[in-house]
Design a protein around this ligand. Structure first.
Ligand code: SAM
Length: 233
């Protein structure tokens, strides 16, 4: 279970009301039962249910079962697509180890309104399911030009270009490991000016994901998989 409280020997933890309901009504946990907790900083802890109250359950940390692990520094930059597809992609990004998802607006983005709290709940559940000990951050939409203007030193960009690029695996391996962002365009693709501008950036590796044009959600999932194979961990 993902919680926000610090986790340490003997510490009491009060999950949210929704989480308490899940623990008692779905998992049917009772006083004395054990469960695993993580908060993204203090590793994984075995905890036990101390009390079941009307206003929620009280848990106590018993022992650390895994030290904190951090995944690769992988960000997915996703242009706005249909809401249901964004939800699928953020879930898969959490499963495939992305540290964050940045939503973006490009020239041809035609985005539906997205509720960030819903995306946060999706990545939290996906992180719990995979057993990773951190939860990816999902960032509010920003214009692509602004993201590129504030680009951090040393970060590399895997630009997925549907009009063609180098085969992904050798191109990524040549660029090497480290902090990476993967950029996926909207259903309408990138404009010729955007493509030219992206290719001219010194940190860009422009890649093809194969001879077929993939939908943005399929492209995102296959790009993360190829990245993981080529340079990730
Ligand atoms: N409307 C565009 C067209 O018909 O050419 C297709 C855009 S595609 C649905 C959405 C995004 O997925 C693209 O901008 C690109 O980032 C990525 N993508 C899809 N297929 C790809 C491929 N074969 N190679 C690289 N990127 C791809």
């Amino acid at each position: 279970l993902h919680v926000t409280a610090p986790l340490a020997d003997g510490h009491a933890v009060a999950p949210t009301l929704d989480q308490s309901r899940y623990l008692t009504q779905v998992m049917r946990l009772k006083q004395g039962d054990a469960l695993l907790l993580f908060n993204g900083k203090d590793g994984e802890w075995r905890a036990e249910v101390v009390e079941v109250l009307k206003k929620g359950v009280i848990l106590r940390c018993v022992e650390q079962t895994r030290a904190q692990i951090y995944g690769p520094d992988l960000e997915l930059i996703l242009a706005g697509i249909k809401k249901a597809r964004v939800e699928t992609v953020v879930e898969k990004a959490a499963e495939l180890g992305a540290k964050s998802v940045q939503l973006t607006i490009t020239q041809r983005t035609n985005a539906e309104r997205i509720r960030l709290d819903r995306l946060d709940a999706i990545v939290e559940e996906a992180a719990e399911q995979t057993g990773r000990l951190d939860v990816p951050l999902v960032h509010e939409s920003r214009k692509l030009a602004d993201i590129l203007k504030d680009w951090p030193d040393g970060r590399k960009l895997m630009f997925c270009d549907e009009t063609g690029g180098d085969p992904a695996i050798p191109a990524l391996q040549k660029a090497g490991s480290g902090a990476w962002s993967i950029l996926i365009g909207p259903e309408g693709g990138f404009s010729p000016e955007e493509r030219e501008m992206l290719r001219a950036l010194p940190f860009t590796t422009a890649v093809s994901l194969g001879p077929r044009i993939l939908r943005a959600d399929t492209a995102a999932i296959s790009a993360m998989t190829l990245w993981q194979y080529a340079v990730g961990d």
